[in-house]
Each structure stands twice: as structure tokens, then as C-alpha cells.
Design a protein around this ligand. Structure first.
Ligand SMILES: [Mg+2]
Length: 202
């Protein structure tokens, strides 16, 4: 049973949670004719299936797209902009834990993207890890703090859960094998997370 954390701090993944994941890659795939006729909802699902069936082909497309486009501004994820600011008005702050790349350029790009859409004051900290770096060590610093942790990668949500965090898995059209004995909360958007937090507060 989830309880209200002592600290009004929410740990958040960014891609697929705060910023829409892969927007520019989707634009590139559309432009090249790979996603013709695929609607917004189907795109993430399509990519996920592709990743599992033909990972080498997808990696090759990523590589080709990155040579042609510069990954700069991603749009906010669904209703994130409204609800993150609303929660901040109620005293909550956010700590980003994102695998966007650990170079100074990557960190600066991520900060600029976030500050473009979200007021700087809502952020407690922005941690940029390497693309394939584990989030375990960063999350371990919060072991036992009972904080909320929002992730769209199920395995990372599970890491947080095992450390005693209140993990919320943003479904994001993914269908990973789940841990039957791990009561991880699921959400489709930030309105559901907001409602969950409001219930903790009463
Ligand atoms: Mg993510």
C-alpha cells in the first residue's frame, strides 16, 4: 500500500514520461515512407514491435536518421506540461533521471529542451546518464525514502520498486513481460498520476 512520501519530490524518467519519445525519429520514418498511414497511438507500438523483431534493422535506421537530423527539441509527453506545473504549484518538485547521454553537449541539450517547455523552478535536479548506463546507482541514493518514481521502461520501474520506491510505470503502448509478484502501479498519462498523488494526500 503506497503512502505519502515525507518529501514532495518525484523522480522521473524523461523520454516517454515527460517528453514524447522519438518524435523526430518518427517524423524521419514518416518522411522516408516507413510509417505511412500509422496514427500517433500506433507509432510507439509499431516501434516497440520492430525493436523486438528486427533490432539490427531498427538500429540501422536510427543511425541513418541521426546523420540527417539533429535531435533537439522534443515535445512534452501527452499532458505532462499541465500536470507537472500543477503539482509544482502544490509544492512538488521533480528530479529527472535520464539516459540522454553524459557528454556536456547532451546535458546542455536536455536542459534546454526541458526548460523550453517546463519552468526551471519545477526541477530539483537533472541527472543525465549515458545512453546505456544503468539507473540503479542513482536510484539507490533514494533507497528507503518512499519517493514516487515514474518510468516507461518496465525493468527500470522494477529496479525502483525493489529499492522501496513507489514505482509508477507509464504504459506508453509497451507490452513487456511483467513481474506477477511486483505491485507496480500503472498509468497512461499524468492525470492518472496526479489523481493517485491527490489520494495519497488525503
Ligand atoms: Mg523512458
Amino acid at each position: 500500500m503506497a503512502t505519502h512520501p515525507k518529501k514532495k519530490l518525484i523522480l522521473v524518467d524523461i523520454d516517454g514520461v515527460v517528453l514524447a519519445h522519438g518524435t523526430q525519429f518518427f517524423h524521419w520514418l514518416d518522411h522516408k515512407g516507413y510509417l505511412k498511414g500509422t496514427n500517433e497511438e500506433e507509432k510507439t507500438d509499431f516501434l516497440y514491435k520492430w525493436h523486438h523483431r528486427e533490432p539490427d534493422h531498427l538500429a540501422d535506421l536510427y543511425s541513418r536518421s541521426s546523420e540527417e537530423i539533429i535531435y533537439t527539441y522534443q515535445e512534452p509527453f501527452k499532458d505532462a506540461k499541465h500536470y507537472l506545473h500543477l503539482l509544482n504549484d502544490l509544492g512538488w518538485k521533480f528530479k529527472a533521471i535520464t539516459c540522454h547521454g553524459s557528454s556536456s553537449e547532451s546535458k546542455e541539450q536536455r536542459r534546454r529542451n526541458l526548460f523550453y517547455h517546463f519552468e526551471e523552478k519545477i526541477w530539483d535536479e537533472i541527472i543525465c546518464l549515458g545512453h546505456t548506463e544503468s539507473k540503479q546507482a542513482t536510484l539507490e541514493k533514494h533507497k528507503g525514502e518512499n519517493l514516487i518514481w515514474v518510468e516507461d521502461t518496465y525493468s527500470n520501474a522494477l529496479v525502483g520498486h525493489k529499492l522501496g520506491l513507489t514505482s509508477i510505470w507509464m504504459r506508453n503502448n509497451n507490452h513487456p513481460p511483467k513481474c506477477a509478484d511486483c505491485p507496480i502501479i500503472e498509468a497512461d498519462n499524468w492525470q492518472e498520476i496526479y489523481n493517485f498523488i491527490m489520494k495519497l494526500s488525503t
